[in-house]
Design a protein around this ligand. Structure first.
Ligand SMILES: Cc1ncc(COP(=O)(O)O)c(C=O)c1O
Length: 416
């Protein structure tokens, strides 16, 4: 809340995991420093934290394999290169995403194809079907702003065309769809542990998969090009790739290991908080909420309100900004919106050779990425407002937030 509201100095910050940091994280970091075992694979004493994080991740997500990496972007790049994405490949991404998803595709010299979102603010399966060509080699689902995509609809299209799915769960860690954790539907799932995320180590990422062979390639791609065996790279492995130097440090692993164990509580609190705020808002004339594909699988850090049109959304936003912190009109939500990614719109090449856009293998795949490329999504972005819900609100703060949101809407839409 900003001026005008009942600002409390103890109002929780907008970084979900940060509000839950405690003595356990402190203890884990000190353990690493005291032992001097700062590196995940070996050290003066056997390192334990990253390995434990991966063990808990396997259990928590219910997957065969989990690999810790240095960031969500690193996880995306590692996953795409392990999947063999390269020149001549088209990779489908939703119009509402984060720049890193596109970055990873371009870094592989492949071509991003932007797909519409629907009123769930996640991938629109009908447009996904339309965007598939013989060159489509990967579908990236991005579970945006805390809530899961309709994975039944996406997997049906993907399976029909035998195209692998990568789930970007950076913004939906701990979320689920019909009882299964996001990240476990596709061939591979990735998570971020950056400071804005549901669980955080400041920096960090995870890649999960049930595919043994892919896991070996992930381990190789994330570091030196060959998989690690115990505490040394296996130079004679059949897997020989180019590594990317994306190891997680023991320090990050120490914090992440504790935070990921807190994640069920963090998510349960946020989801319940958001639901109570929605209940307190009740029915708001001319306003609808984002459609949730599975309310029980929502993680809760954001509320999206849809107004009837852009001018009403702008009017509400102007008033709301005075009273509520961290609100955006989605159209202006920075690098989360495809047409705000300048390097994509201008097709900035990776090198003076003009790649990937000018590669002969990509001829015929290159698209236009400016506003208008996804008109259905553009219309939604223009009339939608995103509100951040802090992760550890008290009941009184939830009520205060609902009051402020309701008052802003009433004020902005009152007849003059
Ligand atoms: C959807 C999405 N994907 C990927 C990332 C990249 O994660 P990181 O910042 O850890 O590189 C983010 C981070 O903001 C994200 O929101």
């Amino acid at each position: 809340m900003q001026k005008g509201a009942t600002v409390k100095t103890d109002w929780p910050c907008e970084f979900p995991g940060v509000n839950w940091l405690g003595k356990e994280e402190e203890k884990a970091v000190l353990d690493v420093v005291r032992k001097g075992s700062l590196f995940r694979y070996y050290g003066p004493e056997a390192p334990t934290h990253v390995a434990q994080l991966e063990g808990w991740a396997r259990q928590y997500y219910g997957v065969e394999h989990a690999l810790a990496v240095n960031s969500g972007t690193g996880a995306l790049c590692t996953a795409m290169s392990a999947l063999g994405i390269g020149p001549g490949c088209e990779v489908i991404v939703p119009a509402f995403l984060w720049v890193s998803t596109v970055t990873a595709i371009v870094q592989c010299n492949a071509i991003p194809v932007v797909c519409e979102i629907d009123d769930t603010f996640n991938l629109d399966a009908a447009d996904l079907r339309r965007k598939i060509t013989p060159r489509t080699k990967l579908i990236v689902v991005v579970h945006m702003a805390g809530a899961p995509c309709d994975m039944a609809a996406v997997m049906q299209v993907a399976d029909e065309h035998r195209i692998p799915v990568l789930e970007d769960c950076a913004q939906c860690n701990g979320g689920s769809f019909r009882g299964c954790k996001v990240g476990t539907f596709g061939r591979v799932g990735i998570f971020s542990l950056q400071i804005n995320k549901n669980a955080t180590a400041g920096e960090g990422g995870l890649v999960v998969t049930g595919d043994d062979a892919l896991y070996q390639r992930l381990v190789a791609a994330h570091d030196v090009g060959v998989p690690w065996e115990k505490n040394a790279p296996n130079e004679t492995s059949d897997v020989q790739l180019w590594g990317q130097g994306r190891r997680m440090s023991e320090l990050a692993g120490a914090v992440a290991n504790v935070q990921l164990r807190r994640l069920p509580d963090i998510v349960a609190h946020m989801r319940a908080s958001k639901q109570r705020i929605k209940d307190a808002l009740g029915r708001l004339p001319g306003v609808s909420f984002r459609r949730l594909t599975d309310p029980d699988g929502d993680t809760g850090p954001f509320l999206i309100l849809c107004l009837e049109d852009e001018s009403r959304a702008r009017a509400v936003l102007e008033v709301m900004k005075k009273d509520v912190r961290n609100v955006w009109c989605l159209r202006e939500y920075g690098l989360h919106i495809y047409h705000n990614i300048g390097a994509l719109v201008r097709k900035v090449p990776l090198s003076p050779a003009g790649n990937p856009w000018s590669l002969p293998q990509n001829a015929g795949s290159v698209r236009e990425y400016g506003r208008g490329a996804c008109p259905q999504s553009d219309a939604l972005f223009a009339r939608s407002i995103l509100i951040t819900i802090p992760s550890r609100l008290t009941r009184a703060q939830e009520k205060e937030m609902a009051r402020a949101i309701r008052a802003s809407i009433a004020d902005a839409t009152a007849p003059r």
